[in-house]
Ligand binder design. Structure first.
Ligand SMILES: *Cc1c(COP(=O)(O)O)cnc(C)c1O
Length: 800
């Protein structure tokens, strides 16, 4: 190992050992890992070809990967060996690992899910290619200046990226604009402007399986990179504009996962990566087969949310226009290979495109979608005659009216043979609320696959001491099958086990306390309860409810300082979309409240509020193993699943949550005594909305505790500018509190008091913690992927 590292350092990186910087060592170690993985990668690809087994094309606009170095070393089983070899050279592996940039090609949960799924597909030996965009600037870096969020560009490729391999032979032409022409009785899309999509491959190593899969991200290249005549004329910048223009499409990740911004550029991005990915998928199929009827046996194309929903249109265009299949045959193939996961009920996230924009940018796709829609109308007519006149307008892919639009969510459902939600509750709401007519027309199409998380990252790498304790207690089988964590449950009654678990938690909290001190200059007590809410800042996730609770607690502590208030550190982190003013104001509010109460001599030894900037995968790896309490407090019916909730339970945090998303399933697994559920249920929220009687003002008038808190915000108690938080007060009182914080406040407060009481009995708390870990096995992404494989893709595995 040491020799291999030294050879990469001197020959690969080109520096002698005595001049090597830590960065050089990082690059050399990464190169070593990549070479070892490449051998396994080639072997995997050879096996896929020889066995002819199905390969899944997983299309996702986002992949929120973690750092690659330790993950690669762990997959290769040489983590300790490498650590020792480096130590002999005077280098600490952990220092190298910290140098690696954390790629941020995703906003939050959706992108992280895609990354966990890649890990699980490789670890199960399920052949797959993840397809996405090689954004030159990923998710912005969040800095905080005077309490305000500042967005900085994430120039993650500034230093060379050791993990990617450019594949110039995998290059496809992607067209925009132009027109539809008729050639020899067939329609063809011609003219317009074109760019090349070029593949950059990242290796995705399996753990406990030799398979190494591919993440293929598309970069963009101008067809004609430079206009030489213009350059020679002296217009140097203008000469390069084709190159700059081509790359616009891959320049940035939209910093928002629920609303569509920069609409046209966003549509261009979606078409760019979908077109390249479908072309590549068909090319790989045709390299091995010449019979189209085999396509559904060899290929699945999965749409991770509605962003890749142009895929059905692009697939039809390629099959019908380029490969000259009949429409009927092409449609039969398309609907057999496509499947779709819905990730949100929020209507603005369903990708609705104005027809005129589509006509301009994607004229042939619009024609194809209109034809799909026309045939769908015919099918409905054949089925129902005139008996359901309203039906077609409720399901039409092309919505008519003065401004006709394409509804990509409906297109995805219509073109897919399977559609799934991401938790039992969400899948029910997808059927009942989002696509009720489709669920009636095609009941067999609708499935549930509850999300999951990769235990390799969220337990083995993030919390190695806990992983080792589990090994010593129940053996290593849980590493292959996370449901075996259930074997830990009896350990709740084993004092020695609980003591060791508590010691691990305490060490993780000391580590996080040091990070907080280092980054924020705030000293926090690691014996206090670490009460954590980390996730994108969004009104539906109700960080504001948490803040109202913190202020209410502070008021209560000041009123009765002698009462037995357990010490708490409330830890928040998360980014707000750059155009989302309310979310950014909530970030500011968290800082202003923290600033105020952290220095209060009466309470500051027992209550702190800290906000850690720039939440990303690497920061999550620090925070999650150190959490005692996990706040998952979205309004019921708004969080599709959540995955942060799963990571935290797996690391022994107790959940304080609403009956929303996967919280419901976590409660089933850990049992009602070991979770704190509060607030309205989905059905109660629906009933309240239906009744039309909700008045947040009335609750405000009748709840003095809440009244005091809201009045404090309105009076500017926490800020130098008394008007600063009026928009928040207005949204709660005059905007009628869209996310129903006030309706759930009292129940939240009571639940928090139950948390306080439970925390006072530390031995009992640790027993609950054990049962949370033991109950988290169902939330492995390995389980999610095996559900997808059997219920949706009908995919097989390579032998281990
Ligand atoms: C898991 C994760 C998320 C998703 O968290 P939720 O609580 O499910 O919203 C977002 N960002 C990062 C970096 C994550 O690791």
């Amino acid at each position: 190992m040491k020799q291999a590292l030294l050879a990469r350092l001197t020959l690969g990186i080109g520096v002698p050992e005595d001049e090597a910087t830590l960065r050089d060592w990082f690059q050399a170690t990464a190169l070593t890992v990549r070479e070892l993985l490449t051998a396994r990668w080639h072997e995997t690809n050879r096996q896929i070809r020889e066995t002819g087994i199905k390969q899944v094309s997983y299309l996702s606009m986002e992949f929120l990967l973690g750092r690659g170095l330790q993950n690669g070393l762990m997959a290769l089983g040489i983590l300790d060996e490498c650590r020792e070899a480096l130590a002999e050279c005077g280098v600490k592996l952990e220092d190298l690992a910290e140098l690696e940039v954390t790629p941020a090609l995703g906003n939050g949960g959706l992108g992280r899910l895609a990354a966990c799924f890649l890990d699980s597909m490789a670890s199960l030996g399920l052949p797959s290619i993840g397809y996405g965009i090689r954004y030159e600037f990923g998710m912005f870096r969040q800095e905080v200046l005077d309490g305000w969020q500042i967005e900085r560009p994430d120039d993650w490729l500034a230093d060379s990226n050791p993990w990617e391999l450019m594949r110039p032979e995998r290059q496809y032409l992607v067209r925009f604009g132009g027109r539809v022409a008729e050639e020899g009785g067939r329609l063809r899309w011609v003219d317009g402007e074109a760019v090349h999509a070029i593949a950059y491959d990242t290796l995705v190593p399996g753990h406990g399986h030799y398979a190494v899969n591919t993440l293929r991200l598309w970069g963009a290249r101008a067809v004609h990179p430079m206009d030489l005549a213009t350059f020679n004329r002296g217009a140097f910048m203008e000469a390069l504009s084709p190159r700059l223009r081509a790359r616009t499409v891959v320049r940035v990740l939209y910093p928002d996962d629920s609303t569509v911004e920069g609409r046209e550029l966003r549509l261009r991005q979606e078409h760019f990566f979908v077109s390249a990915s479908i072309q590549d998928t068909l090319r790989r199929f045709l390299d091995e087969h010449d019979d189209w009827s085999l396509l559904p046996e060899k290929v699945s194309i999965h749409l991770n949310d509605t962003h890749p929903a142009l895929a059905p249109a692009e697939l039809m265009r390629l099959l019908v226009d380029d490969y000259e299949l009949d429409w009927e045959q092409a449609w039969a193939l398309a609907t057999k290979v496509l499947s779709y996961t819905n990730h949100t009920l929020m209507p603005e996230a369903l990708e609705i495109w104005p027809c005129d924009m589509m006509a301009r940018l994607l004229p042939r796709h619009l024609q194809i979608i209109e034809e799909i829609n026309r045939r769908f109308g015919q099918e409905l007519h054949a089925r129902f005659g005139g008996s359901r006149p309203e039906l077609f307008s409720q399901v039409a892919v092309v919505e008519g009216g003065d401004h006709p639009r394409v509804n990509m969510g409906r297109l995805s459902v219509l073109a897919s043979h399977k559609v799934n939600g991401v938790s039992q509750l969400h899948s029910r709401l997808v059927r009942e609320r989002l696509f009720p007519q489709f669920a009636e027309l095609y009941p067999e199409r609708f499935e549930n696959v509850t999300n999951g998380i990769a235990p390799r990252l969220w337990l083995n790498l993030a919390n190695p001491s806990l992983a080792q304790l589990i090994d010593e207690t129940i053996g290593q089988n849980w590493r292959r099958d996370l449901t075996r964590l259930a074997d830990l449950r009896p350990q709740a009654e084993n004092d020695e086990f609980c003591r060791r678990l508590a010691a691990i938690k305490f060490a993780n909290k000391q580590r996080l306390a040091a990070l907080i001190e280092h980054r924020l200059g705030i000293a926090v007590d690691p014996t206090a309860m670490f009460d954590v809410q980390v996730k994108r800042i969004h009104e539906y996730k109700r960080q504001l409810l948490n803040l109202l609770g913190v202020v209410a607690r502070w008021n209560a502590m000041r009123a009765t300082p002698d009462q037995d208030w357990p010490a708490r550190v409330v830890i928040m982190a998360g980014k707000a979309a750059s155009a989302y003013h309310m979310a950014k104001l909530i970030v500011k509010l968290a800082h202003d409240i923290g600033h105020h109460i952290n220095n209060d001599p009466v309470t500051s030894d027992r209550l702190k509020l800290v906000f850690l900037p720039d939440y990303n995968v690497s920061l999550a790896e620090y925070i999650i193993p150190a959490a005692d309490l996990s706040q998952q407090i979205s309004l019921a019916g708004t969080e599709a699943s959540g995955t942060g909730n799963m990571k935290l339970a797996l690391n022994g945090a107790l959940t304080l949550g609403t009956a929303d998303g996967a919280n419901v399933e976590i409660a089933e697994e850990v049992g009602p005594d070991d979770i704190f559920i509060f607030g309205m249920s989905v059905d109660e929220v629906a009933a309240l909305n239906q009744s039309g009687t909700y008045s947040s003002r009335e609750i405000y008038r009748n709840n003095h505790q809440l009244q005091e808190v809201i009045d404090q915000l309105g009076a500017g108690q926490f800020s130098s500018d008394p008007a600063r938080f009026w928009p928040i007060v207005d949204s709660l009182l005059d905007g009628n509190d869209h996310f129903r914080l006030l309706a759930d406040f009292d129940s939240y407060w009571q639940a928090q008091r139950r948390v306080d009481a439970a925390w006072r009995d530390q031995a009992s708390w640790m027993r609950k913690s054990v049962r949370n870990i033991a109950g988290a096995g169902r939330f492995s992404s390995d389980r999610s992927i095996s559900d997808y494989a059997s219920r949706i893709w009908n995919a097989q595995y390579l032998p281990a």
